[in-house]
Design a protein around this ligand. Structure first.
Ligand SMILES: [Zn+2]
Length: 380
């Protein structure tokens, strides 16, 4: 792609170019090239970082402090069922909105940041500090060879940021009404209670695991984890599946299983909760097996300069004061928080991952202005 002369300060053509790349995770299909083509003319040093099957991009302008980093992803979830009004990769503009997979999650957000950046650099070519972008092609998939690996590379190469903004679609009813200042942690667990299989008519030769699993579910369901905090909802444990290996009506099954998920706030660590569940299970069924996978710890950026800067920019561009929230699913902010304060701010998310995903053109322009203002205040 060849850029027209002058910086690309209109987010729409950038968002369209991004949507036209079929970057269904972990494919790239040229999406990072579109980002790179927008950044090079602005004087960014671009590093393509390939880990496993995944393409990532780290780009930075300037070397000084403060170092402001914008994080996002160019991969998208599959378009899903037939039933889209437009081709999900055509980037159709209709009824004042841009349509296509990734329009709000989060190619539209990246385009707005690139356009805001062009605005800022045009006005302040010799700004202080430095600004960088960490764009991964592996957020919607396993998230193993994406942000985590790029952050390791950044730390090893002297690119640790002082603050980060993640461009995930956080807004609900109106652009800027919600920013995310943290997320609850999440852990999945699988419980297997062993028994002895046999004929239901000869129960003395069997050991039925189902009543034991029932008592375990009751005990786990009765756990009171906490009442929430000023920043977080209460932690909650939800069973997501229960079962036995057989559906036959005349067999006592040899095992009974349950699966659960805990969304937890920053009063807990994932490991502690796994231990709590193990202890509770062992009291009822010492032979039971509990497996666990912690997908992310809870994190929070406490009130401070980054909150103020983002809140102020939204207020000045839209007139509304955003709610500072920790609700919703996790984001790559869970990795960035290990290095610096992080906030998520992006487009309205009503259509993310859905058929007919779309972003209002007006919102793309407004978000461009908000991002430009944030960069301006962050770099001083
Ligand atoms: Zn996303």
């Amino acid at each position: 792609m060849t850029e027209a002369a002058g910086p690309a300060t209109d987010p729409l053509p950038i968002a369209q170019a991004l949507i036209r790349c079929r970057s269904v995770t972990p494919a790239d299909d040229g999406a990072l090239g579109v980002v790179e083509d927008a950044l090079r003319p602005l004087g960014f040093a671009c590093h393509r970082l390939r880990f496993g099957e995944v393409e990532n991009l780290f780009a930075r302008r300037g070397t000084g402090a403060p170092h402001f980093c914008y994080a996002g992803h160019t991969d998208v979830v599959p378009p899903g069922d037939k039933g889209w009004t437009d081709d999900p990769f055509a980037a159709a503009v209709r009824d004042g909105a841009l349509h296509g997979r990734g329009a709000c999650d989060m190619k539209g957000g990246i385009a707005a940041f690139l356009a805001g950046l062009a605005d800022f650099i045009e006005a302040r070519p010799d700004h202080t500090g430095s600004v960088s972008l960490l764009i991964t092609g592996d957020e919607e998939g396993l998230a193993v060879d994406g942000t985590v690996r790029v952050l390791e590379w950044m730390a090893a190469n002297g690119h640790t940021p002082d603050m980060a903004l993640v461009g995930e679609p956080t807004s609900r009813a109106r652009l800027g009404d919600i920013v995310k200042i943290g997320r609850r942690g999440t852990v999945n667990m699988w419980i297997t209670v062993p028994g002895t299989q046999g004929h239901v008519a000869y129960p003395h030769r069997t050991d039925n695991p189902i009543p034991r699993l029932g008592r375990i579910l009751t005990a786990l369901g009765a756990l009171h984890l906490d009442d929430g905090t000023g920043a977080f909802d209460a932690s909650n444990l939800e069973f997501t599946a229960v079962g036995t290996p057989t559906k036959a009506t005349n067999i006592v099954p040899g095992a009974a299983t349950a699966q659960l998920n805990i969304r937890f706030n920053d009063l807990h660590r994932g490991e502690e909760l796994v231990e709590l569940v193990r202890r509770t299970v062992a009291q009822i069924a010492p032979a039971a097996r509990v497996e666990a996978r912690i997908s992310g710890e809870a994190f929070l950026t406490p009130p401070g300069p980054l909150h103020e800067l983002v809140t102020q920019a939204i207020r000045e561009e839209t007139g509304i004061t955003p709610a500072l929230s920790t609700s919703g699913g996790t984001s790559d902010g869970r990795f960035l928080i290990k290095l610096c304060p992080v906030i998520d701010l992006g487009l309205p998310n009503a259509t993310m991952h859905k058929l007919d995903e779309a972003a209002a053109i007006e919102d793309l322009h407004k978000l461009t202005a908000i991002y430009a203002r944030i960069i301006r205040s962050a770099l001083g």
